[in-house]
Design a protein around this ligand. Structure first.
Ligand code: SF4
Length: 484
């Protein structure tokens, strides 16, 4: 069967390209050109029937991936489907099933069947589960697992084919060695067997399987830095050169390819990393994990990495793999997944806005207009996480009457700057030009030491809820004031 890449190169616009164009608000021809150039990928396995096609590429909105999957401790298919649902509900553009527990086939098949977004996997994880010792993995086993997962409808796979024997000594002086799971397994395999990486040696056979089902390569960075001290070292960039070579081989086989990136990178090096990948890998979409810009904040690594991810998106990264607050510490729970996805959707969008992606700022402008209009319901609807936005608002002002209030509890009625600003403007929304400066000595305002500005219509301010009135009255009784 023909891949999206082959169709694009043949000048054919597919249904998937048309759907993607609709979602991205661009022309189908533009989508086709980007795919044909290898600068964008549409991960869409022929066997993934429930897929709503999407595109990953620098010229399109930055996408966010969420990792899901079971472990030895949690293995039920239902639990995994709940995670899938939650990830999509909170805005994941793709999901990676990183299951390493039981019932891997059941879980994977269910995820593909019920997922409208592309599903990615790391096949070497399943290969490891099928042998007593990871050093016994064979290339036949790897190819069997890859073929089976392709048949099951997996849309993209992380293949760590760029880690070579000759790269391994370059990691000797690192602070944190090899931190990629796939990279460390393969490095040990090469050390024990004194043989080259089987994924590299048999890469063309993998290409043939991928071409048959239209599976997209996510070329893994097995030697990515695990701390900012190791960022941009010889090992990382040597592997990147190999990944560039593999992108070319994949394209020669009509297969789509994107490239994975770090990891941990100080902020001042993030853009350089994106630019280098673009150059070495001929514009193949760059898919980054983070990167974390500092290593000092375990427990907050959704924030440390969202900072790097924002800069990466601004510089041209095509997809970001989310990091949750539990990174380096434990398996994320539902709330961690929600927080991680929110952090990364913010990073992706902020990067798009800063990069000037056409239409990206429309969302910000719509929300800002709703905010200035005190249209709280529209603000919630437009919010990245509507449920959280409304929940936070309702914690202090729960009543329906507060959904049109010209203030919230952050500054309060008296100090609501947007309300004060609106009251200072005329009907055209302009500040009146004062021809004659008020003589404060003659002003009644001088007597009470207030500026001569208008006050808002207090009759339109809703009543305080009882519990706030009690606090207000108690403050008044104790003589508390804003100056306290
Ligand atoms: S009270 Fe403050 S935070 Fe709330 S709407 Fe007014 S200006 Fe905005």
């Amino acid at each position: 069967m023909t891949t999206q890449f082959q169709h694009a190169r043949d000048g054919e616009t597919t249904d998937a390209m048309r759907r993607v164009a609709e979602r991205e608000n661009v022309s189908p021809e533009f989508v086709r050109e980007e795919v044909a150039a290898g600068h964008a990928v549409i991960p869409a396995n022929h066997n993934h029937a429930s897929l709503d096609p999407m595109i990953i590429g620098e010229a399109f909105s930055t996408k966010v991936n969420a990792n899901i999957g079971n472990s030895e401790e949690t293995s039920s298919r239902e639990e995994e489907l709940k995670k899938l649902h939650m990830a999509i509900h909170h805005g994941a553009d793709t999901v990676m099933d990183l299951s390493t527990g039981q019932n891997l086939d059941d879980v994977r098949e269910a995820n593909v069947r019920y997922s409208p977004v592309p599903v990615g996997t790391v096949p070497i994880y399943e290969a490891v589960k099928q042998v007593d010792d990871p050093d016994d993995i064979t290339h036949e086993l790897l190819l069997d697992v890859i073929r089976k997962q392709a048949e099951q409808g997996v849309d993209y796979m992380t293949i760590h084919a760029g880690v070579l024997m000759e790269h391994l000594p370059l990691t000797d002086g690192r602070k944190t060695g090899i931190v990629s799971r796939g990279g460390s397994i393969l490095a040990k395999w090469m050390e024990e067997n004194a043989m080259q990486n089987p994924l590299y040696v048999h890469f063309e056979e993998i290409c043939e399987v991928f071409a048959e089902y239209d599976v997209t390569f996510s070329l893994g960075d097995g030697l990515r830095p695990g701390c900012i001290a190791d960022a941009g070292d010889e090992a990382q960039y040597a592997e990147l050169e190999t990944l560039g070579e593999l992108v070319g081989i994949a394209r020669d086989h009509g297969v789509q390819a994107m490239v994975e990136g770090p990891g941990h990178v100080p902020l001042d090096m993030v853009a350089e990393q994106v630019e280098r990948e673009r150059e070495v890998c001929d514009g193949a979409p760059f898919y980054l994990l983070g990167p974390l810009v500092t290593d000092i904040a375990p427990g907050y690594d959704h924030i440390t990495s969202a900072i790097g991810a924002t800069e990466a998106a601004r510089a041209g990264a095509a997809m970001l793999c989310y990091v949750t607050p539990k990174e380096h510490l434990g398996l994320p729970d539902a709330e961690d997944v929600r927080d991680g996805l929110a952090a990364y959707r913010i990073a992706a969008h902020a990067g798009d806005v800063a990069a000037g992606l056409p239409g990206a700022r429309d969302w910000d402008d719509a929300l800002s207009e709703a905010r200035y209009a005190f249209d709280w319901r529209r603000q919630f609807d437009l919010a990245l996480d509507p449920e959280r936005a409304q929940d936070y608002h309702d914690q202090t002002l729960p009543g329906d009457n507060y959904k049109e209030a010209r203030f919230c509890s952050m500054c309060g009625v008296e100090f609501c700057s947007m309300r004060i600003d609106q009251d200072a403007r005329d009907a055209d929304g302009e500040m009146e030009h004062i021809e004659d400066e008020t003589d404060l000595d003659d002003s009644s305002a001088a007597e009470v030491n207030l500026p001569p500005v208008g006050t808002h219509d207090t009759s339109r301010v809703p009543e305080l809820p009882d519990f706030l009135r009690e606090i207000h009255d108690a403050d008044a009784r104790s003589g508390a004031s804003a100056d306290d």
